[in-house]
Design a protein around this ligand. Sequence first.
Ligand SMILES: *[C@@H]1O[C@H](CO)[C@@H](O)[C@H](O)[C@H]1NC(C)=O
Ligand SMILES: *[C@@H]1O[C@H](CO)[C@@H](O)[C@H](O)[C@H]1NC(C)=O
Ligand SMILES: *[C@@H]1O[C@H](CO)[C@@H](O)[C@H](O)[C@H]1NC(C)=O
Ligand SMILES: [Zn+2]
Length: 981
Amino acid sequence: MAAGAVGLILLIFLSESLSLPVGRQEESVCGYQSCHATKPGMLNVHLVPHTHDDVGWLKTVDQYFYGDRNDIQHAGVQYILDSVVDQLLKNPDRRFIYVETAFFYRWWSQQSSSMQETVKQLVNEGRLEFVNGGWCMSDEATTHYSAVIDQMTMGLRFLNETFGPCGRPRVAWHIDPFGHAREHASMFAQMGYDGFFFGRVDYQDRRQRMLAKEQELLWRASDSLAPPLADLFTGILPNGYNPPDGFCWDQSCDDPPIRDDPKLEDYNVEDVVERFLNIANSQALVYKTDHIIMTMGSDFQYENANLWYKNLDKLIHYVNARQSNGSRVNLLYSTPSCYLQELHRANLSWVLKTDDFFPYADDAHDFWTGYFSSRPALKRYERLSNSNLQTCNQLEVLGGPASRRGHFGKGDSRTLKSAMAVAQHHDAVSGTEKQHVANDYARRLANGWQHCQVLVSNSLAVLSGSTAERVYCNDLNISVCSLTESSKKFSINVFNPLARPITWPVRLPVNGTAYVVSDAQGKTVDCEVVPVSQATRNVRRSRGFAVNELLFQVQAPPLGFSTYFVSLLQDGSPPVFKWYRGPKSIWNKYLQVTFDPDTGLLSGLANLETKQNIRLAQNFYWYNASDGNNTASNQPSGAYIFRPNSSTPFVISKTVKTTSVMQEVRQWFAPWVSQVVRLHADSRVLELEWTVGPIPIDDDLGKEVITRLDTDIKSSGIFYTDSNGREVLQRKKDFRPTWHLRQSEPIAGNYYPINSRAFIKDDEDQLTVVTDRSQGGGSIQNGSLEIMLHRRLLYDDVRGVAEPLNETSHIFPDGLVVRGRLLISLDRPATAADTHRPVAQGMVLQPLLTFTEGDLHPNTRLEFSGLQAALPPAVHLLTLSQWDEQLVLLRLEHQFQSWESKVNSQPVTINLQKLFSTLEVLGVSELNLSANQWKDEMTRFDWTPQTGEKPLKKKLEDASPWEVTLTPMEIRTFLLRVDLR
Ligand SMILES: *[C@@H]1O[C@H](CO)[C@@H](O)[C@H](O)[C@H]1NC(C)=O
Ligand SMILES: *[C@@H]1O[C@H](CO)[C@@H](O)[C@H](O)[C@H]1NC(C)=O
Ligand SMILES: *[C@@H]1O[C@H](CO)[C@@H](O)[C@H](O)[C@H]1NC(C)=O
Ligand SMILES: [Zn+2]
């Protein structure tokens, strides 16, 4: 198509999408315009009626919605929304905010159209306001940015499509998450929020901020995006998210109601007013302006909203009545955005923060650093589900409508999208829910994946031209796949969701001893057969019986697939392996790994290209979890809290039995701990595959198992961790960048979330570890890096979940066994990111293998790429997802920080029309990060940091609407109108 014609279509598309913003015509007065007037010169108290509705915790998300299982916890979200709407209608002054779209969406879809009209009216008048508005309130320590952006997009899209601009939240609201990630603040800024409020902050940090009146601040959440792109005004709420003491009027509370009939004996108005004025005046002492906020609500409150509102109406009336006697306190129904607007009007400058709010402690021995690793199997399953979802989304676009309704029936991505969105909740992937709720999250993900499998099969049928049945082997990590175990001849389709070509090691359970493997061109591929290890037999139990594993490397093109063929040469006769015992070293082209001949443990790592060589010792240890019977404090270790009994962990074994086969060393530490040390051909990373469990508890000791890497790198008490999988932050032992720390837990107080990578370095060497899920970790000694892998605990840690973290299942009644991988690289600090950025993306988005028994039809297309060419190494294809019948959501991300790489930390330009091989891009418009506002309509409040600087609002102009330039760490979000070429 000629360029001119394309331009024309582009214009039409743009004007269509921009011309009819809903709500504009009807001049609604929602948002900042609908705020109640405040009184200058008085202390204005913003009363914010709210409920905190966990998307699963002690009960499942469905149980919470319906109010089922009230024997576990009295909570029913449907009644809350019924009751609140009813009460809002009784008095136009009343306000309410709602947060969790997963619940609101369910409720809304059950309402009559007249009720829906009523609610729209409340929203249009700002009486019911959405804040945050994602599908859930995501956890910040254990989530990956890709899944967080998706869940926010899903919730905010529903709000926009249902309510138009009045449904767009102005404020981010994370009142419960247990510590706050800088990347979350960066994402919220890019989603267009004007401000952010939360409730939990370290107790020492809070104390100092109260003294300095710095509970409200400006968070500069990126070191790469030009201010104010990632600047976010941030407020710490005065009382967590609870009402002030004595003022809880929910049916779940016991505080006295306002008894205002003077004729009756219990008249208490003067008492209530006095108590309230005292609290308001002392709260005002620790905030900067003459506005303060009070959160009037808590967990699952407002089920009988009349109780709250009736008393709040009276409180406002009686406190304000004092103004005629000279009181200078003014109460009003308000919302976080109305409060924020007043802070903005105050036109002050705010202290600037550039680090994050981890770890979070609420007392000297109460560090919430255990949940960084709690439920490691769920954490991995969630991460893998994200990979599957992205693949499913991509194939839905590439396969066209036939992917949703095709040869294999009806498939959809929606089920997995919402299961993933629910799983981001701060009691889901965080691991802080009850066991039956964790099972429910996993069940939802599994169900979502089944829906996606139909879609993927349909799409691959379109793209390959073959309707042969495809088999999914989801348990390859434990060598279970009945097709490959029994088949004499099969093919594998390898779909690669990354926008660059990959090489991937495949490992298939088989019973034969010799196979021939060939690629799409018919070329033979090197392969090996090795016996299934004892550790793998132990972990798979009775789920598979293959005796061997077939290993080979596959390659797949960007955003596309390749096909491999496997046929059995020889059955039965026992395999002949070259076995070694206690090898001194293994190596490939890039790396050499050495072992201590006496102990069998790792002892060194060399990068053969750069001639770097470090000492690298590795072992497994366990901390004895505190049982709470302790003089300093009776806090036990639990699902949330990490509290080891001693700072010295027990070593699991000082020597290991090793066997090796090819470039792979199997280490046996204990019946419940083993590891495989692998070097794949042509790989720049060393793989450590760990298997831990069932953790023994017959000694009645809770155990927290770590892997520890000890090197001679001079790391000076500093290590680095990523924030939600994106930017990297520096961590220093026993130190916090913005306040003076009194360290009271030498291990737990030095743990940080690791979402995808951590590293230590000195001038010469950088050792980077890429993880396959979120985990907690620390650098307790110089040159050392430890990562917590698995926890099994015997006591509840008294934060509400009321269960010890002691995971079992029907296959593992003796305790869960967990397996995972760490990928380790040794590089020069200046070039390390060039290795670990792509390695980490490859860990997050893994190729999807599908298997077909027997021969393929000769007309089958064996190779396909959805891209015209691979994207440059700096650019990641973050989202490719069907938006509606005609539109496709695309996110392109620059995946390097500005300081990370000479080569890759440069602006990159991508031509959208030259992106796809099978899709013609006819129109494009750009959105904010959460895709609920057009980019050119985005306006945010300006805030001034105390450094005084006024950020420049310089925008790098694109050369044309098609040629978009990405600067370091930038994510750009587009809706594309596409047609199949
Ligand atoms: C593979 O071999 C094992 C051990 O002999 C056996 O138990 C299993 O049934 C075999 N699998 C198949 C599919 O034949
Ligand atoms: C710790 O103390 C509590 C209460 O004093 C007791 O119930 C519990 O059994 C004790 N735990 C251990 C491991 O001694
Ligand atoms: C918001 O929703 C309206 C429909 O209510 C739609 O027309 C508009 O395109 C949506 N805006 C964005 C940015 O998606
Ligand atoms: Zn919560």
